[in-house]
Design a protein around this ligand. Structure first.
Ligand SMILES: C[S@@+](CC[C@H](N)C(=O)[O-])C[C@H]1O[C@@H](n2cnc3c(N)ncnc32)[C@H](O)[C@@H]1O
Length: 255
């Protein structure tokens, strides 16, 4: 289990209800810039606690969202969240095994993924699956953590991730772009978001060193608050060293 409850409770307090990744609603709006989701059927790969899916339906107007994830306790929590929000008729979740997507061809108008594909090493196989389940003309929109060529050997990255329970795929932006094109995507783009995330990370560090850190300590304990601050400092170090390169990814299925 890479996302146990002690970790997800802390991440929700930092990033918002049902959200396990940085950036919040603004980051999701930027990912979807220029794309109208109204009337769309959306697949969300790595849906976590479901907060992203609530935004895709309630704020961006997706008619139906299917979230998939590999951890059963997350799928269960996501189902609880959408039931509480009265959105269970539009948003559903499926527990999946890593690998092929359990959907027939042309099932979705848009495939979305926020900070989940960092756990999936085989990008070409993944992107081919995404393309297969997209309808002609449909978009693939993702945020992924990509890396410098030497990140897997970087002492800065090692210092950050040595205590983490996550499995990370150290893919470079150029390799991701090539894999998108090799998979057959049109209009393939990989956009470096490091500067924006550096700025957001600095603000997060200030909050974690102040009232947000105190809130975490009060609700979850001082050790949890310290671990989150140490992890945020580690992530900031990897952003500042240029090893971590968060990117937005886009590709379109040919019409
Ligand atoms: C950092 S969390 C992001 C969750 C959510 N997208 C968000 O932004 O709140 C990464 C998620 O990817 C999921 N995940 C990891 N490997 C996966 C795979 N092969 N297929 C689907 N989901 C996966 C994890 O269980 C976790 O929920």
């Amino acid at each position: 289990m890479q996302y146990p409850k002690d970790l997800t409770d802390a991440l929700e307090i930092i990033w918002g209800e049902g959200i396990l990744s940085p950036g919040g609603p603004e980051e999701i709006a930027q990912m979807l810039n220029g794309i109208d989701l109204s009337g769309s059927r959306v697949l969300d790969i790595g849906s976590g606690l479901g907060g992203v899916d609530v935004l895709l339906a309630a704020k961006h107007g997706a008619t139906a969202v299917v979230g998939i994830d590999v951890e059963p306790q997350l799928v269960e929590s996501a189902r609880d969240l959408v039931a509480r929000k009265g959105l269970a008729g539009r948003i559903t979740f499926q527990l999946v095994a890593p690998g092929s997507l359990p959907f027939v061809d042309d099932s979705f108008d848009l495939v979305f993924s926020k900070d989940a594909m960092l756990h999936i090493p085989e990008k070409l196989a993944l992107y081919r699956e995404v393309l297969r389940v997209l309808r002609p003309g449909g978009w693939f929109i993702a945020a992924d953590w990509l890396w410098s060529e030497l990140a897997s050997e970087s002492s800065v990255v090692d210092a950050w991730l040595s205590n983490s329970r996550s499995t990370i795929a150290f893919t470079q932006p150029a390799a991701a772009l090539q894999a998108l094109m090799d998979a057959g995507f049109m209009e393939a783009q990989v956009t470096d978001r490091r500067r924006q995330l550096q700025e957001a990370g600095r603000k997060e560090l200030t909050r974690l060193s102040g009232p947000l850190g105190q809130k975490l300590a009060t609700i979850l304990g001082a050790d949890v608050a310290e671990r989150r601050l140490a992890s945020a400092k580690g992530r900031q170090g990897a952003l500042d060293s240029g090893d971590l390169i968060p990117c937005h990814i886009r590709g379109r299925c040919s019409a």
